[in-house]
Design a protein around this ligand. Structure first.
Ligand SMILES: Cc1cc2nc3c(=O)[nH]c(=O)nc-3n(C[C@H](O)[C@H](O)[C@H](O)COP(=O)(O)OP(=O)(O)OC[C@H]3O[C@@H](n4cnc5c(N)ncnc54)[C@H](O)[C@@H]3O)c2cc1C
Length: 440
């Protein structure tokens, strides 16, 4: 029996979850007693939910359990910046491969299309906004990264626009950035509201267990999952637990899990909007530098700020780390919006990003009737959605061009064990943050 010692926690005040319109609607039940299902999926984020939905379509008779340690929307899927990114999100400045990027673009759009149609069909109130996305630079030295990104978009034939100076300030309500590359296909959402809406819309053959952490596992031939006061046996097991995969003893030396942090202000009042954001539509920008700050102006008039990375092998944040992130967020917010610098942050929280060295994901069979999917590299709203969908097809022996592409790109590079991984990641982070300068 494998004990699961590292389990998800609530790291701070979860802003999207707390401000989600469906926050008080009950979703799922705690797992108690003896249960038996055909399939167990552990992890009800974007990946697990998409996997459950597709599996229920392929095998309508199967009894499927979808299990999460937290309430739906409290995990990383509900803590992110809410970008549904269509274009390859490569700011590494590597050589672009246009054909690879076109295939990724097609998969991203397939996932965005699925999410859009579910949002419409089930009327999911999640602040869905076809806002596009800016990638912006403040530092002169980071403008070259924007050019590199624009070159990659051009080579692949994707639509984009370069916006600079005054024109950019008018669109964003801040003159902080020198230039940006705007891509129109990105969608912005409240991710906790979206993931809750998707979970609520799952077919009847999927039973949802929430606030039910798996505390131990015995793998196959019939898999046994242990809970506090309960046991679940399943013929097939799929893990979609994100950064917690290593705790399940399966994905060793392929993942680096990093904490990053976000804050959300109180909504701006009418006079603040008319004085500083008059005619400005909701927007979102990532940074031209990978260690830079992500910022949004939301449809309900809040400013969202994300930056700061910490290596936390325990997979939990701490008050000290949250306080340090809050201070970084204040600095970034006040630099960009000096005219509303007094605005309070209502929420500050942390969440985990599971990184692989070459941006490949873990997408594989781990044993008899045992499958794992993880490694969304910070773009898991869309990537998790298509990986979950195609994992269900893979589990059922289906083949397609998309699945071949995913399989060919599911060979994450080897990572050294602890403590070398932690030391290497910390050194790299320090170097990156220093290079980002005023883009943090
Ligand atoms: C601050 C921040 C900003 C980000 N911004 C973006 C963005 O704008 N766009 C984007 O696409 N991505 C973004 N990401 C990344 C994105 O959130 C992830 O890639 C995505 O959540 C991965 O989804 P998932 O379903 O694979 O995993 P997760 O969302 O991590 O879901 C895994 C689930 O497994 C559950 N679990 C773990 N252990 C157990 C256990 N023992 N028992 C039961 N359940 C368990 C967890 O509670 C969790 O709900 C961001 C991440 C962070 C932290």
């Amino acid at each position: 029996m494998q004990s699961i010692h590292k389990r998800p926690a609530i790291d701070g005040d979860l802003g999207w979850y707390e401000s989600s319109p469906s926050r008080h609607s009950g979703l799922g039940a705690r797992l108690k007693g003896e249960q038996h299902f055909d399939v167990a999926i552990v992890g009800a984020g974007f990946t697990g939910i998409s996997l459950a939905r597709r599996l229920a379509e392929i095998r309508p008779q199967a009894r499927i359990a979808l299990i999460d340690a937290l309430e739906i929307g409290q995990g990383t899927s509900g803590r992110n910046a809410g970008f549904l990114i269509d274009v390859p999100h490569n700011v590494d400045g590597g050589q672009p491969d246009a054909e690879y990027e076109r295939q990724l673009f097609a998969l991203n759009n397939l996932a965005i299309g699925q999410l859009r149609s579910l949002k419409e069909r089930y009327r999911i109130d999640c602040g869905w906004h076809d806002a596009g996305k800016y990638m912006s630079a403040h530092e002169e030295g980071n403008l070259a990264r924007l050019e590199c990104f624009a070159d990659a978009l051009k080579a692949a034939g994707f639509e984009y626009e370069v916006v600079e100076g005054q024109a950019l300030s008018r669109r964003l309500g801040t003159s902080y950035y020198k230039a940006a590359v705007y891509t129109p296909g990105n969608v912005l959402v409240n991710p906790a509201a979206l993931v809750r809406g998707l979970a609520a819309a799952l077919p009847e053959s999927v039973t949802l267990f929430t606030a039910s952490p798996v505390v131990a596992c015995d793998y196959g031939p019939v898999h046994t999952l242990k809970f506090l006061g309960g046991t679940l046996r399943a013929d097939v097991l799929a893990l979609t637990v994100g950064s917690f995969s290593e705790a399940f003893g399966r994905v060793g030396n392929r993942l680096a899990s990093l904490f990053t942090y976000a804050s959300l202000t109180e909504p701006l009042c009418g006079s603040e909007v008319s004085a500083h954001f008059n005619g400005v539509r909701p927007w979102g920008t990532t940074s031209a530098h990978p260690a830079g700050t992500t910022v949004r102006y939301t449809p309900d008039g809040r400013i969202f700020v994300r930056n700061t990375f910490h290596v936390q092998p325990a997979l939990r944040s701490s008050d000290t780390c949250l306080q340090a992130a809050w201070e970084n967020h204040r600095r970034s917010f006040e630099a960009r919006f000096p005219s509303i610098a007094g605005k309070r942050f209502e929420y500050t929280w942390g969440g985990l990003i599971s990184m692989t060295l070459n941006h490949h994901s873990v997408f594989r069979k781990d044993g008899d009737n045992f499958f794992s999917t993880v490694g969304c590299n910070g773009v898991g709203v869309v990537k998790g959605t298509y990986l979950g969908h195609f994992m269900a097809e893979y589990m059922n022996g289906m083949r397609s061009r998309e699945l071949d592409f995913i399989m060919a790109n599911s060979l994450p590079g080897w990572m050294p064990p602890e403590p070398f991984k932690r030391i290497g990641a910390s050194l790299r982070l320090r170097r990156e943050v220093a290079g980002a300068g005023g883009d943090v």
